[in-house]
Structure formats: C-alpha cells, structure tokens
Design a protein around this ligand. Structure first.
Ligand code: PEP
Ligand code: MG
Length: 866
C-alpha cells in the first residue's frame, strides 16, 4: 500500500490538496516538459497522520524506495560521491495546499557529511563551494531540525569575517569555510544536539521537522490572517539539488509571467548571479532585473520567456516561478499562481480573457472583490509634494502616511491608540508579520521586488517601498538615517509604493485614477448580478461618489450626522433644553430648514433613485458636550453650561447603546419625528416642482416590537395625508424584531437589516469595546473571523434568514435590504445575494458589493461548481 510518497512522474492526476502547492506545481511542470530536477513528494495525508498519531507506518520504507529511484534518475548516490560523480544531495521543503510564503522551513544540501564534502570538492574541482554548501546545511539543519537560533550561526560567521578582515562571505577562503563548519559541528555537539553524519538520519529528521513546522507560531499566524484551515497539513518535497553558486555561469532567480504590481504583460523578475535561491528571497543581496540578462546571457533570457509562455498556457494564470541556472543549464524549482495587487489582479484577469486564455466569466471570478478598495488607494499629490528624502523600489502601489515604527511592539503600541503606522525595517522576515499586518505602509532598506517584504505587502494590499539602499535602520535604538538626516520612532512619514519615493512628514494625497479595466470587468460581471447595490451616504458628496461607483440609490442615510454641524449643534442643544412648547418649536423650525436643504441636495444627487432616510437614531445626550467639559465651564460660572450640565446628568445612561434612542426616542419625542419626516417630504415636493424625480423612503431604527412600528406608522401617516405616501420601512437590528418579523412585516413596505446592531445584540458584545478582546478571540481560534467585519452566517445569518422567510410570507410585497457594514464585505454580500433585494455599502465599497453580488450570481447559475 502506498502511504503517500510519489515521484513526480507518478503524481499525475493527484490533487493539489494531496501534493501541496509546491509538489503539485513541480509535477505539473514535469508533465508539461519543463526542466525540473527529479523529486519525490510526501503527501499532506502523511503529514496529517503524523500530527494525529505521531508516526506513519511504512513511511520510511517508501521514502527509501523512492529515493533509490531518484538515484537512478540522477545517476548519483545519496550522500556518496564516486570519482567524478558528486554525491546526490537533496533539498527538503514544505508545501501546503495553499501558498504560505516564508512561513515554513526549508533545508538545502541535505545528504552532505565530512566524507561527502571531500567528494563534492573533488567532483566539482571547487573546495570552496563544497565547504560553503556544508556550512549552509549545518546552519539550516541546526536551526530547523535541531532547534538552535539562526543568530548563533550568523554570529560565528560574522566573527570569522571580522578576524579575517573581510566584508563579504565571498571573500572567505575554502579553509575559512571548513573552519566555520567545524565550529558549527562542535557547537551543535556541545549543546547536546549533534549533527547526524548519516545522510539517511538527516533526511528522516528533516522530514519530521517539516511535518512539525505546520504547527509553528509563524505558520499559525499566517493561517489566521488569511483564514487558512488548521487541518490541511503540509506536503514535503524532497528534490535533487541543483546549484546556482557554481560560478558566474550559474545563478538563481524569481520570475513572474506578468508584472505582479501593475499586471503588465511580459516576463518580469530578478536574478542573482552565482547564488543559491534563499539569497534572493531573504533579500540579503539585492538582485538585478531579469532584463539585464539580455546583456550577458540573451539565450537564457529567451529561454525564460518561453518558459513563462508555457507556464501561462499550462496553468492559465499568472505564475510566480523560481529557477536556478547550474553551469548554463536552466532548472525550474517551483511555480505557483503569483500574488498580485488588486490593480494587477484586474488587469491580468481582463487581459487574459481578451487573449483567450480564460473566459470572461473566469476573469470575473478571479478578482477578489474585497480587494477592490485597494484599487482606489490614494496616490501622492505630485503637485504639492516636497522633495523626497529617499527612493527605493516601488513594491506595492498606493501611498500611505503614518508614524514610523521599527518593531512589532512599537507597531502594536501605536495601533492600539488608533494611530496609523509605517513599519521601517532593514529587511523583513516572517517574524515581522504582526507589525506588517498592523501597518499602513512598509519601508525596507534591503531586498528586491520579490523580497519577503514586497511579497507580503502585496498580499496584504499595503503600500510598500523596499530596497531603499540609502536608508540605515537601527531598530534597537528606534531610529533611522538617510545621509545626514535622522528620523525617530513616531515621526510621520509618507511612502509612495507606486514610485518608491519616501517623504518626511504628511504629504497631501489624491484619489487614484485609471479604473478603465475595472469598469470593463464590471461590465462583464453586471449581467450576472441580481442583488441590488445601494450606498450608505449622508452627504451630497458621498451620494455623488457612490453614484459614480454605480450605486443604485441610498440604502441608509443617517440623519444624526447632519446635526453635528457647527451652526446646527446649538439648535440641537436648545431642543434638548427646551422647557416650553414654544422653545421646542423654535429649535425644531431651525433644524427643519437645515434638514430640508440636506435632503434636497442628497435627493438631487440620487435623482431617479431610491433614498432611504433613517430618522434620528442616537440618544440625545450624544449631542451634548462631554460631562467633564460642562462641569469645568459650569464651575467657571457659565450659565448655559450649567443648564446643559443638569440636562446631561438627567439624560445620562449607563449603557446608551441599549438606551433611550432610536424608535423609543422618536415615539416619545414625536415632534422630532414630525420635523424630520416633514423636511424629507417637503424637500421631495420642492424638487418635484423643479422638475426632478426624487424617490424618498423613510425608516425607523431600533424597533423591537410591532406596537412601536404601528405607532410610528400612524405618526407618518398624518404627514402622508398631507403630502402623499412614500415607502415606509423599519430596520431589523434587534434580535426580537427578527423573531417577530411575521408580525412586523404587514405594517411596512420594507425591512432593512442593520447588521451592526444585530451582530452586537446577537453576540452580546459592544462594537465600540470589542477591540479589547475580539482580535485575540480570532487569534486563538475561538471565533473563525471577526463578526463585526464579516457577517456571522451561523447565528446572525440564521436570524436574518428567519426574518426574511417569515417576513415575506406575511407580506409578499415586502422589500428586503441590508445596510450594516457587512453590506460592503464580499463574503457577506455573497451570503445575502439570493436572500435579499439589495445591499447597501459605504461608497468606496460599492464596487466590492457589485462584484461580489455578480460573482454570487455566476456561481449560483453554474452547472459545474468551482
Ligand atoms: C446597523 O446597526 O447595522 C446600522 C446600519 O445602523 P448604525 O450602524 O447606525 O447603528
Ligand atoms: Mg444600528
């Protein structure tokens, strides 16, 4: 029975889930006739079994058998050289079914020992290379399998260079590297974890270490951030080594079949002469662009172009591939679908469809709808920008302004205060993932466009500038230097990930342009969309912007924001303080005028489209100054402050979120209700007289009982008699309203699900305070995601479904919408796509909602799922 070990040639037809992304890519490439060094793959199934049971029966026999097949294919013996034939050495790599770059560990040159070094030196005629390979193996094995810290090996290397008075590794002699190898061996021996000289022992140790690395904290963090299931396990790839560091006709590189930052067509990538693959990814040396090959190795460049074309035809997607050139011969070591910016994702999808590589439908389904706001990421306003202090490589587009931080801890400190940060590092490693995740932008001194920092930033959709060589970063001292200029932690920087420029201070930003391709993609998507998309907007500007993004109306116009204007708030306060009906009437009269004007402008911006206005929602005390301010002023003899203070104390609530607000306030202070609704009706009436086509709708918030709706409806009808009726609806945002949907539905024209409140009340958590524990809940796997961001289908979704079904049954003409923040989150939109009539999203997320809804429509109508 096969326990899960396959040669590349045997892996045909096996799934990515089983072979892992890396193994799958290698097997596919081998089948497509691309030059791939022979390899064996241990499946994810073996890993899962090992993690579950602590052992995999029969595994080692199987590995041994396949290893001798590798020996046959390469004509070399594992760990043993003979005459001019070097020993077979292997790399051992992890490969999960989904890409987890930099998260798992790799060991190269495995199979070497003291005898093998001699054989390798003999066979290559290059003792320096042989000892270099050995000391690298010792350091990697020491770290990954034997658990020593990487710095220990680096320190010994640095100390040796210092003693020899040389600056780079390349200047060390073969004897130096031999000495270093022995230092490593002695060190590992002394700490009780001797390096196994037997190649077979090395291999077993490495395979088990890869299995275990699935559980390491970095891998867990990555899975959490990207929502990757915990139980996939990783495959292990054991592959014959090829060497990019055998001289100037050798090298290693990373290629993209299209530009991952812009999506532009054509080979793109970087190459490092005379180096091993890890040197590129780690960003230790800055590689040169692939086009430079045209100068000194044009044949190789053309070969890479052919490889790129073949990869795209085979995988039908943009590929990110790693290759090594050993003495002029090209080998492919890895390929996967390349990470890309939102901008590149759209361009690649649209252009591939036009090239006939994929269908239009596939193009639409390939773009992650949640990433679209990144397309609209701002850029530096070039007309107003000062001279940049620094220029690096433009690794991830968009501009960002934030406080400079030099560590994860500092990033957390600033982020906890709600301050935007720019993470500044010499280079990044997987250890920096927390800081990167919290940052608005990333800046590094070293590394190329395919360095860890660049790849992760693009994945996160965060602007990044990398390889800014003039930058010196001193993380321990919390400062950095550019020439004579210094900046410290907390100082504000602006980075432009589209140009690579860095500025001191906050530079003005402008909205980005160039959405033509996105419009094209959306035009292909739209016919598949059934769900309507409206916007949450409460200013004419927002309404216009939303309309430009394709919003089909306003699903939520919050009226309270209109009261906070400088010239209005005094009248709101008078309303709160009013002691007589006359005083109240005067305040309301003023507010009516403001409100009517607001409504007119918004209705005009959305002419011909529905505008749902929600009547006042917050409790009145939110319009008063904070208590301590009032107390201070009252003590100083301010009479108005004294009066406000008394009212504020009377209105004070322990728990305003569940207090005297929403429909409760509107019913008990009906004059406010009437003022707002009259302003809306009057605005519409005037617009109609001016020849416009206003479509107002009105809704009440926070309803929990049908009686409340009945009373509100009666109030509204008084005005409808005068002006004619408009659609009247209620928000469904308390669990009780959802449960009583059947009784509420006959009273209204529409329901609008307020999933912000519905989520906080269903979970019993406050959206204002949940930041204290929710992130940790998600981190520890207690919640699979943050339910204030993405709709909780199981609980909140169940209430929603129930209200939809029972509401519709009780009132077949009932219209159904959603207007919480979830209305602009792709997966939530897909969940409601065939439940509701429309969703409503903040203006910048209207595009996300449109695309997600279309994708849902496509998936629903597909005969073959996928
Ligand atoms: C909601 O609760 O989902 C909602 C849209 O209202 P608000 O966010 O204003 O409470
Ligand atoms: Mg609400």
């Amino acid at each position: 029975m096969n326990t899960g070990v396959f040669l590349l040639s045997e892996a045909r037809g096996l799934s990515r889930d089983l072979l892992g992304g890396k193994g799958y890519g290698l097997a596919e490439m081998a089948q497509a006739g691309l030059p791939v060094p022979p390899a064996l793959i241990i499946t994810t199934e073996a890993c899962r079994r090992f993690l579950r049971e602590g052992a995999v029966p029969g595994l080692w026999e199987e590995v041994r058998a396949k290893l001798s097949a590798l020996e046959g294919l390469t004509g070399k013996r594992f760990g043993h050289g003979e005459g001019a034939t070097p020993p077979l050495l292997v790399s051992v790599r992890s490969g999960a079914p989904v890409s987890m770059p930099g998260m798992m560990d790799t060991i190269l040159n495995l199979g070497l020992n003291l005898e093998g070094v001699q054989a390798l030196a003999r066979a290559t005629g290059n003792p320096r290379f042989a000892w270099d390979a050995f000391r690298r193996l010792l350091a990697m094995y020491g770290e990954v399998v034997l658990g020593e810290k990487a710095e220990v090996f680096e320190e010994k290397l640095s100390a040796l260079k210092e003693r020899r008075g040389v600056a780079s590794d390349a200047e060390l002699s073969p004897e130096d590297l031999e000495e270093l190898s022995f230092q490593y061996l002695r060190h590992l021996e002394a700490r009780g974890t001797p390096f196994p000289m037997d190649p077979w022992d090395q291999l077993q140790g490495a395979i088990l270490a890869v299995f275990r690395s699935w559980q390491n904290p970095r891998a867990r963090t990555y899975r959490r951030i990207y929502g990757i299931p915990e139980d996939l396990g990783t495959a292990v790839v054991v592959q014959a080594m090829v060497f990019g560091n055998l001289g100037e006709d050798s090298g290693t590189g990373v290629g993209f079949t299209r530009n991952p930052a812009t999506g532009e067509r054509g080979l793109y990538g970087e190459y490092l002469r005379n180096a091993q693959g890890e040197d590129v990814v780690a960003g230790i040396r800055t590689p040169e662009p692939l086009e430079r090959l045209l100068d000194y190795a044009p044949e190789l460049y053309r070969e890479l172009q052919e490889v790129a074309a073949l990869l795209e035809r085979h995988f039908r997607d943009m590929q990110d591939f790693e290759f090594t050139v050993e003495r002029g011969k090209l080998y492919l070591l890895q390929t996967r679908s390349g990470k890309r910016t939102a901008q590149a994702a759209v361009r690649i999808a649209v252009e591939m469809a036009k090239e006939g590589l994929i269908t239009r439908e596939e193009a639409v389904l390939r773009v992650e709808a949640n990433a679209l706001p990144g397309l609209l990421r701002p850029a530096v306003d070039r007309d107003r920008a000062p001279e940049p202090i620094l220029k690096g490589l433009p690794a991830s587009p968009g501009a960002a302004v934030g406080h400079a931080v030099f560590s994860n801890e500092a990033a957390e400190r600033y982020a906890a205060q709600g301050l935007p940060v720019i993470l500044v590092r010499p280079e990044t490693t997987p250890e920096d993932i927390t800081g990167m995740y919290l940052s608005r932008g990333i800046l590094t001194a070293r590394g190329g466009l395919t360095s860890h920092a660049a790849v992760v930033a693009r994945g996160l959709g965060v602007p990044a500038v990398v390889g800014a060589e003039a930058l010196r970063v001193y993380p321990e001292e919390g400062r950095a230097q550019v020439g004579g200029l210094e900046f410290k932690e907390g100082e504000v920087l602006t980075i432009d990930g589209s140009t690579g420029e860095v500025y001191l201070g906050a530079v003005a930003l402008v909205a980005s342009a160039g959405e033509a391709l996105l419009q094209e993609l959306l035009a292909w998507a739209e016919p598949h969309r059934r769900l309507g998309v409206r916007a949450n907007a409460d200013t004419p500007e927002d309404a216009q912007r939303a309309r430009a993004f394709g919003a089909e109306g306003i699903g939520l116009c919050r009226t309270e924001h209109m009261f906070f204007h400088e010239e209005r708030i005094p009248w709101v306060r008078r309303l709160i303080l009013a002691r007589t009906p006359e005083e109240e009437a005067e305040a309301l009269e003023r507010l009516f005028a403001f409100q009517k004007q607001d409504f007119k402008e918004i209705l005009k911006a959305m002419d011909g489209l529905p505008v749902t206005v929600r009547l006042l929602d917050p409790p009145l005390h939110e319009f008063l100054p904070p208590l301590p301010d009032l107390e201070g002023k009252a003590r100083a003899g301010d009479e108005e402050a004294q009066a406000l203070l008394e009212r504020a104390k009377a209105l004070h609530e322990q728990n305003p979120m569940l207090g005297f607000r929403g429909v409760r306030l509107l019913l008990l202070r009906p004059a406010i209700f009437r003022m707002q609704l009259r302003a809306l009706l009057e605005a519409a009436k005037e617009l109609k007289e001016e020849g416009f086509d206003p479509r107002p709708e009105v809704m009440v918030p926070l309803v929990a009982d049908p009686k409340e709706v009945e009373r509100a409806k009666a109030l509204a009808e008084e005005l409808f008699q005068e002006y004619g009726p408009i659609p009247f609806g209620t928000m469904i945002e308390t669990p009780r309203a959802a449960l009583l949907a059947a009784e509420i539905a006959p009273l209204v024209d529409f329901f609008s699900f307020g999933t912000n409140d519905l989520t906080q009340m269903t979970f019993g958590l406050s959206r204002d305070d949940a930041g204290k524990f929710l992130p940790r809940y998600v981190e520890e796997g207690l919640f699979p995601f943050d339910p204030t961001e993405r709709l909780d289908e199981k609980g909140v979704g169940r209430l929603l479904r129930l209200a939809v079904e029972e509401g519709r049954r009780a009132n077949p003409r009932l219209k159904l919408g959603l207007c919480g923040e979830h209305g602009g989150e792709a997966r939530s939109v897909q969940f409601v796509a065939d439940l509701l009539d429309y969703t409503s999203a903040s203006p910048f997320r209207v595009l996300t909602a449109r695309l997600a809804a279309a994708q849902a429509g496509m998936r629903a109508s597909r005969t073959v799922p996928g």
